[in-house]
Design a protein around this ligand. Structure first.
Ligand SMILES: O=C1O[C@H](COP(=O)(O)O)[C@@H](O)[C@H](O)[C@H]1O
Length: 231
């Protein structure tokens, strides 16, 4: 069952989520902390907060940063998840460059999905042959997608690949997406969703309705948590 943490503002939700991530970093000891983050619009305010209020609190020297998913566009594109994170956060905090692991959205998607899977497999510890992130921060689309796993793409939820190429069902834009199994193997999964326009889909996701990829993940993890300003 998912634990729902609901707040009266997006700022409160962002602070609470940050404290929850800091707790995960603290209990992981002194080793490197492998954190996979999502993109889209929701985390912009969160990353801004990290660059301002948490600039000196988050132990950046221990963080290895990965992306849950990337749109297949160059980093300069307004669609790039890495590009957004760079502008809002990475240009403003001191995180060793070798610990920032962007997905190259500008490269051939199928080749890049393989390169990135290989990178992750080599940097993370494994359990049942599956790489284990210390923490994954997932978004939820109004259509119930998470990572870039869309409804009707169950083959990607069950894929033996770590990252795979997906296609946005409406725009046909190619994406590179973390697949289901490594999400289910993570030590901790946090969902972050804001805005009234997501309240209907959130109810389905919280129920674990696995017609939606986010609900599929929720129904299969014992202790995921949602941080939101609705419900
Ligand atoms: O396309 C994407 O959508 C989801 C949700 O995005 P949001 O704009 O509704 O916050 C996001 O988690 C994912 O990383 C992104 O590529």
């Amino acid at each position: 069952m998912i634990k729902v943490n609901s707040f009266s503002s997006s700022l409160e939700a962002a602070h609470a989520l940050t404290r929850a991530i800091l707790y995960q970093i603290n209990i992981s000891g002194t080793k490197n902390f492998h954190l996979a983050i999502s993109g889209g619009t929701t985390p912009v305010g969160l990353f801004r907060l990290w660059a301002e209020d948490y600039k000196n609190t988050i132990p950046w020297s221990r963080i290895h940063l990965y992306w849950v998913d990337e749109r297949c566009v160059p980093p300069e594109s307004p669609d790039s998840n890495y590009g957004m994170t760079k502008r809002v956060l990475l240009d403003k905090v001191t995180i060793p460059i070798m610990q920032i692991h962007p997905i190259h959205g500008e490269d051939t998607p199928e080749i890049e999905a393989k390169r990135y899977s290989f990178l992750v497999e080599n940097l993370l510890i494994k359990e049942n042959l599956c790489p284990v992130f210390d923490c994954i921060l997932l978004g939820i689309g109004t259509d119930g997608h998470t990572s870039s796993l869309f409804t009707g793409q169950n083959n990607l939820l069950n894929s033996p690949e770590i990252y795979a190429v997906s296609i946005h069902p409406q725009t046909r834009q190619k994406r590179i997406a973390l697949t289901g199994l490594p999400i289910l193997h993570a030590k901790k999964v946090f969902f972050y969703a804001l805005g009234k326009n997501k309240s209907d889909i959130l109810k389905e996701v919280i129920k674990g309705n696995d017609n939606y990829p986010a609900g599929y993940i929720v129904s299969r993890i014992a202790d995921s948590e949602l941080f939101t300003d609705i419900l």
